[in-house]
Ligand binder design. Structure first.
Ligand SMILES: Nc1ncnc2c1ncn2[C@@H]1O[C@H](COP(=O)(O)OP(=O)(O)OP(=O)(O)O)[C@@H](O)[C@H]1O
Ligand SMILES: [Mg+2]
Length: 252
């Protein structure tokens, strides 16, 4: 029911990083069967930030989990940076997750045995970056979320909101092609929440495709587009007015 196109129709479209075509997913069977997603199609381009909104149970986290190759859809096609997910082996999907996707999930845990800076540097270590590069990028990411001073601490020494910020820093390193954030500001105070939003925004501005699940219309306004999910279906899509554009009158 919903065909989305990306771009403003003014010629060369930017590269599509996430492409989801007629994606469906159901959980359980018989009377308990829940259709979490029904033929959802969504394209997100490099440099674009899309906010996904919808009531609890509307399928937002399912959409992100499929986009991030963590959950396999029952039907439909998904590609990330041109790599098809649905035909890929478990190993191929793990590789997509590790190399192409940055995750900021509610339950995406830090590794308790590693310090904060080691947690943040981990994706770069896995990429094969030098230790010095990994450390300095991790320090930069921690500074961006206001956690520069906590690099030597362990996750257990931090509050929930601080852990969330570290998880965000980890998703920021390595300039992932696709960044997926599931209510990343839920546990944060409003100042830190705004900071996280501006970090996500700048990741998009630097060329990542960003998908943000949020209940907060103020945060959704930072996105280029807002997608409304209801009962596993995309109801409508709107272009968002970015706050700074409203302030400066900058044309969209
Ligand atoms: N692993 C699972 N097993 C069974 N049902 C599931 C599973 N994951 C999700 N569901 C069901 O699929 C539907 C969509 O769930 P989903 O988590 O995607 O919603 P959501 O929009 O993220 O909700 P919330 O705002 O509460 O996080 C819900 O009815 C949920 O109960
Ligand atoms: Mg959810």
């Amino acid at each position: 029911m919903s065909a989305q196109t990306v771009g403003d129709g003014s010629g060369a479209d930017p590269e599509i990083v996430l492409s989801m075509r007629d994606v469906s997913k159901a959980y359980g069977d018989g009377d308990g069967r829940v259709h979490a997603l029904r033929r959802v199609s969504l394209d997100v381009a490099a440099g674009e930030m899309v906010a996904v909104m919808g009531t609890s149970g509307s399928g937002k986290s399912t959409l992100l989990s499929i986009a991030g190759a963590m959950v396999t859809p029952d039907a439909g096609e998904v590609t990330v940076a041109g790599v098809p997910i649905e035909g890929a082996s478990a190993r191929g999907r793990a590789r997509v997750r590790r190399e192409l996707v940055g995750f900021v999930f509610q339950d995406f845990n830090l590794i308790p045995a590693l310090t904060v800076i080691e947690n943040v540097a981990l994706p770069l270590d896995l990429d094969g970056a030098s230790r010095a590069t990994a450390r300095s990028e991790a320090r930069r990411a921690l500074a961006a979320v206001g956690m520069r001073e906590r690099g030597k601490d362990f996750p257990d020494d931090l509050s929930g909101g601080q852990r969330q910020r570290v998880a965000i820093a980890r998703a920021m390193v390595g300039q992932r092609r696709l960044v997926l954030a599931d209510e990343p500001t839920g546990a944060l105070d409003s100042v830190t929440g705004d900071r996280v939003l501006s970090v996500l925004r700048s990741m998009a501005d630097q060329g990542s495709a960003v998908v943000l699940v949020t209940h907060d219309a103020r945060h959704a306004a930072w996105a280029d587009r807002i997608v409304h999910l209801a009962d596993g279906t995309i109801l409508e899509e709107a272009r968002a007015a970015r706050p700074e554009q409203l302030l400066t009158g900058e044309p969209r």
